[in-house]
Design a protein around this ligand. Structure first.
Ligand code: ADP
Ligand code: MG
Length: 310
């Protein structure tokens, strides 16, 4: 999926070697790639994207679960999160293809926008299938993919009897139990700064998932302007926000991964409002001139209070 992962295990069950675990983790991730990666031409999603039929197209239950979550977050965020964003992501050079040297023209953006819209995608649960309103719809599940990977690896580790682990797929993490020092896993939220890595604050994470989305890692600069990989479906262009990053804590990595991206696209006003409204545990870092201001939603503050209790 064009990204990296790491797995830490404390107190592994007797008889389970690191090498065996590594193979199992890789096979779990390979399965996810085979289902939902747009970077892998043979994946189920790539095949679905090449299929220009506007009839019901059967899909696997696993692919269905991810698309269903994408559509749920689209509705929740009033379309700020949109898994049909693919043509725009690719147009701006954040997809599997090489980045063009020039910025896309207004005509190209308008043409891509005509292909985008989560309501153009219908989903059916049984038997699982999708129906496209246009044959050239292109689905991009990258905003959920890290989370899907982290959840799948976590399930595999638990099947193997591992009770203390931390799985990170890029900025999405799932942790359970305690670390090697027998402390709760602590996850750093970084300062949203492009050219350095420093800790803004630490969040204890056990039996939970956490994901941070930001505009400070995956971007390009053209004529002094920064273009982020998060695209606003409303404008067809990369987001321009004062929000540096959004972090979400919850049970499933897929859910927090998608929500963190949704909050980034919603921005510094609508993002925190949605978190408060929906009781979601989220932490936002906003750029105010030269300074960075961080604040949590009410559910995030509750989460911290509860995690501090023994
Ligand atoms: P981040 O954690 O920085 O949000 P993700 O990989 O989770 O990174 O999500 C960003 C990816 O999601 C982009 O590279 C693109 O493929 C896709 N994406 C961009 N804009 C949107 C959007 N508005 N809705 C859903 N997915 C998007
Ligand atoms: Mg995401």
């Amino acid at each position: 999926m064009g990204t990296y992962y790491s797995v830490k295990v404390a107190r592994p069950p007797a008889g389970l070697s690191a090498e065996t675990l590594r193979l199992q983790v890789e096979s779990a991730l390979d399965q996810v790639i085979g289902e939902i990666s747009t970077y892998e031409p043979t994946s189920e999603l790539s095949r679905l994207n090449r299929d220009s039929s506007t009839d019901w197209i059967p899909i696997s239950p696993n692919l269905h679960a991810v698309i269903a979550e994408g559509q749920r977050i689209a509705a929740l965020s009033d379309g700020a999160f949109d898994i049909t964003i693919g043509p725009l992501v690719n147009l701006w050079g954040f997809g599997p293809e090489a980045r063009p040297d020039e910025l896309p023209t207004q005509e190209a953006i308008q043409a891509a926008r005509a292909r985008v819209g989560w309501r153009k995608l219908e989903l059916r649960a049984s038997p699982p299938a999708v129906r496209k309103a246009r044959g050239d719809l292109y689905i991009d599940l990258s905003a959920l993919g890290e989370g899907v990977g982290a959840d799948r690896v976590a399930t595999e580790l638990e099947t193997q009897g591992v009770g203390d682990y931390m799985v990170a797929v890029a900025g999405t993490i799932r942790a359970k139990g305690r670390n090697a020092k027998d402390q709760p896993w602590a996850i750093a939220i970084e300062e949203p700064l492009p050219d350095q890595r420093s800790v803004h604050r630490l969040v204890p994470v056990s039996d939970r998932a956490i994901s941070t989305s930001g505009d400070y890692r995956n971007f390009f600069v053209k004529d002094g302007k920064r273009y982020s990989h998060e695209i606003d479906p409303g404008t067809g262009a990369p987001i321009e926000r004062h929000l540096g990053s959004a972090t979400v804590v919850g049970e499933r990595a897929m859910v927090v991964d998608g929500l963190a991206t949704a909050f980034m696209v919603l921005g510094e006003q609508r993002g925190p409002a949605l978190a408060t409204d929906q009781g979601l545990a989220a932490y936002f870092i906003v750029r105010e001139g030269e300074t960075l201001r961080g604040f949590g939603s009410p559910a995030f503050e509750d989460y911290l209070t509860r995690s501090r209790q023994p």
